[in-house]
Design a protein around this ligand. Structure first.
Ligand code: SF4
Length: 681
């Protein structure tokens, strides 16, 4: 193993390049000055990566039914149990639940096995909780899940609008880039978020809109742009459909749903209307909503109608939460997609079937995350293989998820840690490579593909996830199709699929990329730096679609019993369910426990003092947590982070409180709205 290697950070969707170097005290991680995502910058999490490489918490060998075993036995057991279930109950009795932490090659292998060889599209992922609404919105507007722009656009814009995005905490290096650009060119920044977050530190304007009212806001903006005479009719006429209906829908909505002061609204609308170079960055505050897809389209509508897309410093821009949510999207890691950005239309199904020479091609979309675990609870999913994720903590209606896992006859979990809430339900535990051991590719939020390269020996008997998948596929009798010798063979097969019968008709074609040296290629952005500048989209008639949308409030409203709105999200220095960041003590210096942020006026009414334990309760469950009184929180709202769980600190579990309401288009759960009460403990 080399003492110095260029690889990629395993945390957020910014996808920073890092250099890991061996020192006398262990591995030191610093930013890669040549990586186009970060140019040497890192955030606190990336900087502390070297502290998280110990073996203390690693799963070091396969376990079947509570007993240590060898890989051959574990593979035989996994394949045998999958076969027994699917022979008896059909292919849709099996499901994969994957993760944006997986490498693209792992994701591809799982999708090929399920969708091509087992005959089920029950392959969903924790990315469903992250950006599924953006995928659905992109596909409705552009005809493909295409991210139009790039990070440079944030530095070239004159106005950056952050919607439902605490960029300062959740995508810190992008925030650093934006902050620097603002210092150099006086970029105007508007933050649209019910909370006052650290992102507001650089904001010229903060719109603390009513939760879930983004569609009303952007419809109001579209109507204002029409009144201000800044719509781009040449672009609309030449390159879009649906404008008339969309404008009518926008005019019919009322900005009063936003609860915002008219003066503030007018300032924002005027700023947007008079600034040509605008980037609208959106994230989980938009996506994690029962109207998430409509919100995405409301944002895109304004950019299409003003022609502000596809050129430097302008466009709608989604930032993903996870390091490889994008790679997962690209290889069909969602239950309603096939590999290479194809959908479940008959032509795509047949194309992928022929490319894979698949004996049992899935013919219809599979179950999305929330429905998948509900089907498990109902006894319809009888075998599940969970990889690199912890749904017993991270999904809403967590008690149902745990009940479903407890009753599922076959639970296989691949993970690099020895214990998690989900691993406790596993009949078969498969030790996976962790960061620093993995080899493969990831795609970040701007479509840049980078390598993750190994610099550590595997922990114990840990193996790559793609290897375990291929071995199980071979044990199921599909040796030829899964005979890859390494991740490079998988990547090249996937790249060939993206180009198969493409001819420029689909956005994603890696077959034209010149990747001569898989182990050393420089990060590259697939497709163009920007899409759609030429006015050509990936719909049948090459025209973008403006989608008429109207405001729909969140599914749950406060009641007498549950008078507050619960919002959930990330802390700056922690990640997901703490399995890695809890290993670096310095990352707990910022926040070492979950806190319920509540406005002082609410706290006074409820008899709550700062730092006291409180019970947060919804109709589904309760948790006990300390209160933090802060005016950053709007009155009537409470914020609790998503990270803590039953394995760590026993603080309780916020997922237990969250209902499983989902967006009808994307299936993404509404993780930012639940009606709750907060009382002294
Ligand atoms: Fe890692 Fe994201 Fe921080 Fe970059 S911004 S170092 S990708 S966590």
């Amino acid at each position: 193993m080399a003492d110095r290697i260029r690889t990629t950070c395993p945390y957020c969707g910014v996808g920073c390049g890092v250099i890991a170097e061996k020192s006398a005290d262990g591995w030191v991680v610093r930013g890669d000055p040549e990586h186009p995502a970060n140019y040497g910058r890192l955030c606190s999490k990336g900087t502390a990566l070297g502290d998280t490489l110990g073996l203390e918490t690693r799963l070091l060998y396969p376990v079947v039914d509570g007993r240590r075993t060898d890989w051959d036995s574990a593979i035989t057991e996994a394949a045998g149990r999958i076969r027994a279930v699917t022979d008896l109950h059909g292919p849709d009795s099996f499901a994969f639940y994957l993760s944006g932490q997986l490498l693209t090659e792992d994701y591809y292998a799982a999708n090929k096995l399920a969708k091509g060889y087992l005959g089920t599209a029950n392959v969903d992922t924790n990315s469903r909780l992250c950006m599924a609404s953006t995928v659905a919105g992109h596909r409705r507007a552009f005809g493909a899940d295409t991210v139009p722009g790039c990070y440079d656009d944030l530095e070239q814009a004159d106005l950056v609008v952050l919607v439902g995005s605490n960029l300062a905490w959740c995508h810190p290096v992008l925030f650093q880039r934006l902050k620097k650009a603002r210092e150099q060119r006086a970029t105007q920044v508007v933050v649209i978020d019910p909370r006052r977050t650290d992102s507001c530190d650089i904001a010229d304007l903060h719109l603390a809109l009513a939760p879930g009212s983004d569609v009303a806001l952007f419809n109001g903006l579209l109507a204002h742009c029409e009144a201000a005479g800044v719509l781009d009719f040449a672009f609309i006429d030449a390159h879009t459909n649906g404008f008339t209906e969309t404008l009518a829908a926008a005019r019919a909505d009322s900005v009063s749903a936003t609860g915002l002061d008219r003066t503030l609204l007018t300032r924002f609308f005027d700023l947007f209307a008079t600034t040509q170079k605008v980037v609208t960055v959106f994230s989980q505050g938009v996506n994690q909503s029962s109207a998430g897809t409509d919100k995405v389209n409301a944002i895109i509508n304004v950019h299409l109608a003003t022609g502000r897309i596809g050129h430097a410093g302008m466009g709608p821009f989604s930032v993903t939460g996870q390091p490889n949510a994008m790679g997962g999207r690209e290889v069909g890691g969602l239950a309603n997609q096939l590999a290479a950005h194809m959908g479940f239309d008959p032509t795509s199904i047949d194309r992928v079937r022929r490319f894979w020479d698949a004996p049992k091609m899935a013919k219809k979309e599979g179950l999305k995350a929330v429905d998948l675990f509900r089907a498990m609870d109902a006894g319809k999913i009888k075998a599940v293989w969970i990889m690199a994720t912890n749904p017993a903590v991270s999904l809403p209606e967590t008690d149902l998820v745990r009940r479903a896992l407890a009753k599922c006859p076959v639970v296989i979990v691949s993970d690099c840690v020895i214990d998690s809430d989900t691993l406790r339900f596993a009949h078969i535990k498969l030790p996976a490579h962790g960061w620093g051991e993995k080899s493969g590719t990831v795609t970040n939020s701007e479509r840049t593909i980078s390598r993750q390269l190994p610099f550590l020996p595997p922990a114990g008997e840990a193996k790559p996830d793609w290897w375990a998948l291929a071995r199980v596929a071979q044990a199921l009798g599909h040796g030829d199709a899964f005979g890859w010798r390494g991740p490079e063979a998988i990547f090249r097969e996937y790249a060939a699929l993206t180009g198969f019968e493409n001819g420029g008709s689909r956005d994603l074609d890696l077959s034209i990329s010149q990747i001569n040296d898989y182990d050393r290629f420089s990060p590259f952005q697939w497709g163009a730096k920007r899409f759609f500048g030429d006015g050509r989209f990936f719909t049948a008639d090459s025209r973008a679609v403006l989608v008429p949308v109207n405001h729909r409030p969140p599914k749950e409203s406060p009641t007498v019993t549950y008078p507050l709105r619960l919002n959930t999200g990330r802390y700056r220095d922690h990640w997901h369910t703490l399995t890695r960041t809890a290993l670096a003590p310095r990352l707990s210096g910022h926040r070492d426990q979950a806190l319920a942020d509540i406005h002082p006026a609410d706290a006074e009414k409820l008899g709550i003092i700062d730092g006291a334990l409180v019970t947060v309760k919804s109709r589904l469950g309760r948790m006990v947590v300390r209160a933090r009184l802060t005016a950053e929180q709007a009155p009537g709202h409470v914020f609790v982070p998503m990270h803590w769980n039953d394995c760590h600190a026993a603080q309780g579990l916020v997922g237990r409180l969250l209902p499983g309401h989902t967006d009808p288009q994307s299936g993404q759960p509404e993780s930012k709205h639940a009606a709750v009460s907060v009382t002294p403990y």
